[in-house]
Design a protein around this ligand. Structure first.
Ligand SMILES: Cc1cc2nc3c(=O)[nH]c(=O)nc-3n(C[C@H](O)[C@H](O)[C@H](O)COP(=O)(O)OP(=O)(O)OC[C@H]3O[C@@H](n4cnc5c(N)ncnc54)[C@H](O)[C@@H]3O)c2cc1C
Length: 222
């Protein structure tokens, strides 16, 4: 597979452990909202270590954007990306991925699983087709929420957050379970998008199916 050599143009930490990368876009490079790509650092010892990341930029943007959770404790690729800055090189493959928009519904995201939804929701906003969509994010604490301000502005009351470890009065502290889904979703005859760790995806998928959602209406990142 052809690898594109691209440079990082800008980086910013947008939470304590999530970093936004603005990256050169190769001429003629295209992808669809919700797709991902394999990236490696273009430096000795790391150029064969590819990891998957979703594009979060609008497809019409002149640059690419990635929003990446840095796992310093693993000493892996994301730790290296945590050290990377403007001017550093990346090796990028071709876009792939099963996540795409199939119509209005509920987006369930755990942690950095929100990234394909950022691309899809930004695209819908641009096309003025956001209506009827709700995003539900689960994170450990409020400080882990990715793009809180932008998503609140974009979706208003249709952006819901749940925290599994928030010890602050006034915040709802719970895991997403059957009761939560029943409370949040009134109509199961619509689309459901799920992205996050495997256990989250299969758990929410099972709950939705048991509550009457059709298997073909549940779209998951594979
Ligand atoms: C299609 C797709 C799209 C993705 N898009 C994004 C994105 O846009 N942004 C983003 O931040 N991430 C995204 N990810 C996740 C990202 O690929 C991983 O976080 C990254 O590969 C971790 O690489 P690493 O070298 O730092 O960690 P590694 O050490 O290589 O870890 C690799 C894998 O091992 C497992 N693992 C290792 N250590 C632990 C641990 N302590 N606890 C739990 N699991 C562990 C995890 O499954 C982890 O993904 C995506 C993943 C896929 C499959």
């Amino acid at each position: 597979m052809e690898l594109h050599t691209v440079h990082i143009l800008d980086t910013t930490f947008i939470t304590h452990n999530v970093k936004r990368f603005t990256v050169e876009k190769p001429k003629g490079y295209t992808y669809n909202p919700g797709q991902a790509v394999r990236l490696a650092l273009n430096k000795q010892g790391w150029d064969k270590q590819q990891r998957e990341f979703n594009f979060t930029s609008l497809t019409s943007s002149k640059t690419l954007e990635f929003i990446i959770k840095i796992y310093d404790e693993r000493q892996g690729v994301t730790h290296q990306l945590g050290l990377a800055h403007a001017g550093d090189g990346l090796l990028m493959g071709e876009p792939f991925g099963a996540m795409s928009y199939h119509g209005p519904g509920y987006f369930f995201a755990a942690g950095s699983g929100v990234t394909p939804f950022i691309a899809i929701l930004r695209d819908l906003q641009k096309r003025k087709q956001l209506e009827g969509n709700t995003l539900i994010c689960t994170n450990q604490t409020a400080s882990d929420v990715i793009l809180d301000e932008e998503l609140t502005k974009m979706l208003g009351r249709n952006f819901l957050n749940m925290f599994t470890r928030q010890h602050v009065i006034g915040f709802q502290e719970r895991r997403m379970d059957r009761n939560t889904v029943v409370t949040l979703v009134q109509n199961f005859d619509q689309k459901f998008y799920i992205c996050g760790p495997d256990s989250f995806v299969s758990n929410i998928g099972d709950i939705l199916r048991s509550l009457g959602a059709k298997a073909e209406s549940i779209i998951m990142e594979e």
